[in-house]
Ligand binder design. Structure first.
Ligand SMILES: Cc1cc2nc3c(=O)[nH]c(=O)nc-3n(C[C@H](O)[C@H](O)[C@H](O)COP(=O)(O)OP(=O)(O)OC[C@H]3O[C@@H](n4cnc5c(N)ncnc54)[C@H](O)[C@@H]3O)c2cc1C
Length: 434
């Protein structure tokens, strides 16, 4: 039996681990084109700020790989031949498979305005990108950052930490409006400004201006122009589906797979950022583009490739991140519904958005502690915890385990409710009763 895995990211590595757990003797060959192999892509943000050395980005040691007894080849796959059941490598050689996993991830979506090819226009996708940014970032020079999500903010903070003057441009009227509520956005924006970032709301770049092939500035939709020495962008991600598409595997925005991570070819699986996974609970196929789901999908795909039958059941989304230095945990369905990929929003008449501006938001100087809950009739559907993280572990369990909260429903919605106290008491009673 030969298992071939394309992509050495977290989905690919997790698949190797679960295949080896289920099949002690089969051949496993992993093919990856990143010169650095497997490393933490979320860690790149901390490498950029200087908080992490690049050595700390590599979570596995040589012994860990040796234990898994697989072959790793640093190469690019250029074709999948489903009829012959082989893949073509960049040197033209062929490698046959019995079971194939496509775990090719996603790339930063390209910037499509004129000037995007100028030197000094950068993105943060791979370790090599981070190194290139560090080479270009010069203390005292000016950077412009484009993009509305977490990666754009990470670029902003990384460049600021390297001593650059940073202009952060947002097309819309506030930061990350598909996930954060207005007050949360404003908290982040205020902190960025306190850190020295020049924030420009409703500002859309339409052209990057150059001089001698290098970026020199940016022109905005409203006619303004801004000088800069570096332009960084993070305007979304694009699953790397070309190999699959060329092999006539069913694709939408990602490679379409069922809950067993299997494509329309029963011997080919897909997992991680490249996969658009069917969720039997909602009947929808969604892209996740996050580390933990990629790991879980890789692991489940591996088990199924090795002959087991395990469905991937999407867990409640859970993401801990740092926004403008503020630890923020996002659990479950918190979005405003703009983002197609925020699934599990089961908003109905019986469910109420609970905004908690006064009851629990305490803000002193640079410290912010805030909790927002999405309260359903008998359970909590989502939460955003900013700052003090004491509530995030209980909330994660209450939300993911769908614990019945009918007993505190009215208390939570009462005017001037002390939400944190209500949750803390409820959780203590729940644990005592368990
Ligand atoms: C800067 C940054 C910050 C992030 N922060 C967070 C965060 O805070 N939290 C979070 O949950 N997620 C975060 N993510 C997303 C997270 O890193 C991804 O969801 C995860 O890495 C996806 O894993 P994967 O294995 O599917 O794909 P990848 O990690 O992209 O790995 C796929 C690999 O396949 C290789 N490959 C592609 N095509 C071929 C081919 N034809 N032949 C051979 N090899 C190929 C690629 O080079 C790559 O090495 C962040 C991502 C970035 C870039």
């Amino acid at each position: 039996m030969r298992y071939v895995i394309i992509g050495a990211g977290v989905a690919g590595i997790s698949a190797v681990e679960s295949i080896r757990g289920a099949d002690r003797t089969g051949d496993i060959v992993m093919l990856g084109d990143d010169p650095h192999g497997y490393y933490s892509r979320p860690g790149l943000a901390y490498f950029l700020t200087g908080e992490l050395h690049d050595k700390a980005l590599f979570p596995k040691k040589r012994e860990d790989y040796n234990r898994l007894k697989f072959i790793y080849r640093k190469t690019r796959v250029i074709e999948i031949d489903r009829a012959a059941k082989n893949v073509t490598l960049e040197n033209g050689s062929l490698l046959s498979y019995n079971k194939l996993l496509v775990a090719t991830g996603a790339s930063a979506a390209p910037l499509t305005i004129p000037g995007a090819n100028l030197q000094g226009v950068v993105k943060l996708d791979h370790l090599e990108d981070a190194r290139a940014i560090l080479k270009l970032a010069r203390r005292g020079q000016t950077a412009v950052v484009l993009g509305g999500g977490i990666t754009a903010l990470e670029l902003t903070e990384g460049l600021l930490a390297r001593g650059m003057k940073v202009h952060y441009l947002l097309r819309g009227g506030r930061y990350w409006n598909s996930v954060l509520d207005e007050q949360e956005s404003r908290v982040i924006e205020a902190r960025l400004q306190e850190e020295g970032v020049e924030l420009h709301l409703r500002s859309e770049a339409i052209e990057i201006l150059g001089r001698s092939g290098r970026v020199a500035g940016v022109r905005l939709l409203d006619g303004r122009a801004m000088k800069c020495d570096l332009l960084a962008f993070a305007v979304g991600v694009k699953p790397r589906i070309d190999l699959a598409k060329n092999a006539d595997l069913a694709c939408d925005r990602g490679i379409l797979v069922n809950e067993y991570l299997q494509t329309n070819d029963p011997d080919i699986y897909a997992a991680g950022d490249v996969a658009q996974v069917y969720d039997p609970l909602t009947g929808r196929s969604a892209l996740d583009s996050l580390w933990s789901p990629s790991r879980e999908q890789g692991s489940t795909a591996g088990l199924n490739m090795a002959g087991q039958s395990k469905a991937y059941i999407k867990s409640v989304p859970f993401n801990v991140t740092r926004l403008a230095g503020l630890t923020t945990t996002i659990i479950g369905a918190v979005g405003s519904g703009h983002d197609d990929d925020v699934v599990g929003i089961a908003r109905g008449d019986s469910e109420t958005w609970r905004q908690l501006p006064d009851a629990i938001m305490t803000q002193g100087g640079f410290d912010v502690n805030r909790v927002r809950l999405l309260v359903g009739e008998s359970r909590l559907l989502g939460a955003v915890v900013m700052g003090d993280q004491k509530l995030s572990a209980p909330l994660q369990r209450i939300i993911s385990e769908k614990i019945n909260i009918s007993a505190i429903h009215d208390k939570l919605l009462a005017k001037d409710a002390r939400i944190a106290d209500v949750i803390v008491d409820f959780w203590a009673e729940h644990l005592a009763a368990a």
